[in-house]
Design a protein around this ligand. Structure first.
Ligand SMILES: [Zn+2]
Length: 304
């Protein structure tokens, strides 16, 4: 049972392109990817290409950036940033360690940016665990490693913003961060909140369902009624969508928990279709439902 659960989690990791997966990145064709910039508010933009949504705060003090997508896209991303700013990228904060959010770190560091992250994220980039196939993880190059790390909230003052960098413990991973731009009234969450698909708890990298529920509550508390919430993946939403997502996790947990108590296997739980009541409520669900059930099962089985 445990093995199949692990396999399911690992499969999800392979899709998320773990940071060490430079080989997998090399196999992916990024040549057709175009970077689309969208003005969200004032001097704050998002960039979409392939991978996690990037945030860009522009202004006279230079650029503050959230996440870096994949390394082969860095030149295109830098060119897109030049279109909306003077191109001086001063700071990059990583919302979590997955390769579709940190893959460009090395390139942006070499362009002069200072990379910031949680302590845990830096540690996992430097010493990754085994890959999905069980092969030893490949450490990120030294230049990709964040220079400034934190484990409590910090604030970066630039371009008329007091950007709040807020740790979110043990959620999608154990190194998650949300980033709040109070003047623009925008909050970026990374992947512990996503507006497409079911939630994704990367338990191999320290994620947990409980931490995710707590993190989503923290998003609601940090947001006002008009705050634009930018997820790691998917369209911009408001805080009510985040609450609905949290309640979905709780409802699924409460459905799966008695099945775990009865001693059902993960296959039996999946076959019992615990998500039947939620079908149609999750955009772009694809195969993420079964993945999430496997993660919930594993956490409950482990006593979470
Ligand atoms: Zn992720």
């Amino acid at each position: 049972m445990k093995n199949s659960t692990l396999r399911m989690v690992c499969l999800s990791l392979a899709i998320a392109a773990a940071p060490a997966a430079s080989v997998a990145q090399g196999q992916q064709d990024f040549s057709k990817v175009e970077i689309k910039a969208t003005k969200i508010a004032g001097n704050l933009y998002t960039l979409e290409g392939q991978g996690g949504t990037i945030g860009v705060l522009t202004g006279p003090d230079g650029v503050f950036m959230v996440d870096t997508q994949f390394a082969p896209l860095s030149e295109k991303i830098a060119a897109a940033i030049k279109q909306i700013s003077d191109g001086r990228i001063r700071f990059v904060v990583n919302t979590h360690l997955h390769g579709d959010h940190t893959g460009g770190n090395e390139n942006f560091a070499k362009m002069g940016a200072i990379i910031l992250s949680r302590d845990q994220l830096r540690m996992r980039l430097a010493k990754p665990g085994p890959t999905a196939s069980g092969a030893p993880g490949v450490p990120a190059p030294p230049a990709a490693l964040p220079t400034l790390t934190y484990n409590a909230p910090i604030t970066v003052h630039m371009n008329g913003e007091a950007v709040q960098i807020i740790p979110v413990p043990l959620a999608h991973t154990d190194g998650d961060t949300m980033v709040k731009f109070p003047t623009a009234d925008v909050l970026m969450t990374g992947d512990f909140y996503r507006s497409v698909g079911y939630p994704n708890i990367d338990r191999n990298n320290g994620g947990s369902m409980k931490g995710m529920i707590d993190g989503l509550t923290a998003v609601f508390n940090a947001a006002g009624p008009s705050t634009k919430i930018i997820p790691g993946h998917g369209p911009v939403v408001d805080r009510n969508a985040v609450t609905a997502h949290r309640d979905l996790i709780i409802a699924i947990r409460d459905k799966v928990a008695p099945m775990v108590q009865k001693g059902m296997t993960v296959e039996q739980v999946t076959s019992a279709k615990p998500l039947a009541d939620f079908e149609g409520k999750v955009q772009g669900a694809g195969t993420t439902g079964d993945r999430f059930v496997g993660q919930v099962y594993a956490e409950l089985k482990a006593g979470g």
